[in-house]
Design a protein around this ligand. Structure first.
Ligand SMILES: *Cc1c(COP(=O)(O)O)cnc(C)c1O
Ligand code: SF4
Length: 350
């Protein structure tokens, strides 16, 4: 279960006299003003209320206005709307769809730190996100028991300090960029002081859903870090990449931060050849490298988003035939207990 989304307050000291003040207050305002009910979301996009239930299946609606503005008005099939609108199918129990499909519980090293793969570990920095995606595998993850919320990262940091085999830490959640700049700065300070770390990787959807989060202050902090910073953003459809989003991504890339994208293959969102080709083209136009195309994790409530691996492989073949090699992501699934993400190929797709 996600922790309640109360946007962190920005301490006065962090904003006073800062030329980036406007951007800082803007993204906090975006969090505060986000749409928080099916009713408000449907009204915002000009749709009748009765096409969906008000029930949120224990995972509340949370959609920032700047994201909702990119949806087509009056279109119940809009690919962005589909990612965030609760539907009755979420309430169905489907065999094989469970609450922790990727084995995060078993891979928990300590409170707030998950290590599954060699050399890198993932920190759950917060339970909050800048948008609630209905297909998310973390929708039923017990954050309140595991996350070192806000600035209480001590257990995770101690484990990182002791494990000299790590050279990279992934900041995830939830979304690490829902933490304010003061808390992030403190976290980076502590990671920078761990001698064996070389890189920090942000797994975040904030630059896509709330582009103003890529503030001048944040970019400067990343640029000046001793650690090499990488970004993995999460965008599933070309319509998510409007001009503001493009400008935010450009700020990161211009500052020397490589930006990769991961997408999830989603029925009714991006499971058509044209949608995927358009997404990959738009990403590489913006200098963002397509990294992973994920097979949906089989989390309860998300079965209606599933696309078969056979169909996914077919789509991958089209991507290979139509796009330059660097624009083609790796099609993978996560299998609990495996030592990396597992590539899906024609031969193992059935
Ligand atoms: C997906 C994942 C990673 C990152 O894997 P890469 O292949 O390096 O992108 C790291 N840790 C955990 C726990 C993950 O789930
Ligand atoms: S932003 Fe990421 S972690 Fe948050 S709900 Fe969406 S997919 Fe899940």
């Amino acid at each position: 279960m996600f922790v309640p989304l109360l946007p962190p307050e920005t301490p006065a000291a962090a904003t006073a006299g800062d030329p980036g003040t406007k951007a800082v207050t803007d993204w906090h305002a975006s969090m505060r003003n986000a749409l928080r009910s099916t009713y408000d979301l449907l009204r915002f996009v000009g749709l009748e209320h009765d096409i969906a239930q008000e029930v949120d299946h224990g995972f509340p609606v949370f959609v920032p206005l700047e994201y909702a503005r990119r949806m087509r008005r009056g279109d119940a099939d809009d690919p962005l709307l589909r990612q965030v609108l609760p539907v009755a199918a979420e309430g169905e129990t489907v065999p094989g769809f469970i609450s922790d499909p990727v084995g995060d519980h078993d891979a928990m090293v300590t409170s707030g730190l998950i290590q599954k793969y060699d050399g890198r570990a993932l920190m759950i920095t917060t339970g909050a996100c800048g948008v609630h995606c209905r297909y998310c595998f973390r929708r039923s993850f017990p954050y309140s028991e595991s996350a070192g919320l806000s600035d209480q990262f001590d257990h995770a940091l101690e484990a990182i300090e002791q494990n000299k085999g790590l050279d990279e830490v992934l900041l995830s959640g939830g979304d690490p960029l829902t933490l304010n700049d003061v808390i992030l700065d403190r976290l980076l300070d502590r990671l920078e002081s761990v001698p064996h770390l070389r890189r920090v990787r942000f797994h975040t959807r904030m630059p896509i859903v709330i582009p103003s989060r890529v503030s001048a202050g944040l970019v400067e902090r990343l640029r000046s870090s001793r650690l090499t910073c990488w970004f993995v953003v999460h965008c599933n459809h070309a319509n998510e990449l409007d001009e503001e989003t493009a400008a935010g991504l450009a700020k990161l890339i211009d500052a020397g931060v490589p930006v990769l994208n991961q997408a999830v293959l989603l029925r009714g969102v991006n499971d058509q050849e044209e949608a995927l080709v358009a997404l990959m083209r738009r990403l590489v136009d913006l200098r963002v490298q397509p990294y992973y195309l994920h097979q949906l994790d089989r989390v309860s409530g998300a079965a209606h988003f599933e696309v078969s691996p056979a169909r996914g492989s077919q789509l991958m073949q089209t991507l290979h035939s139509r796009l330059p090699g660097y624009a083609v992501p790796r099609y993978v699934r996560e299998i609990a207990g495996c030592e990396s993400k597992t590539p899906i190929t024609d031969s193992n797709s059935l």
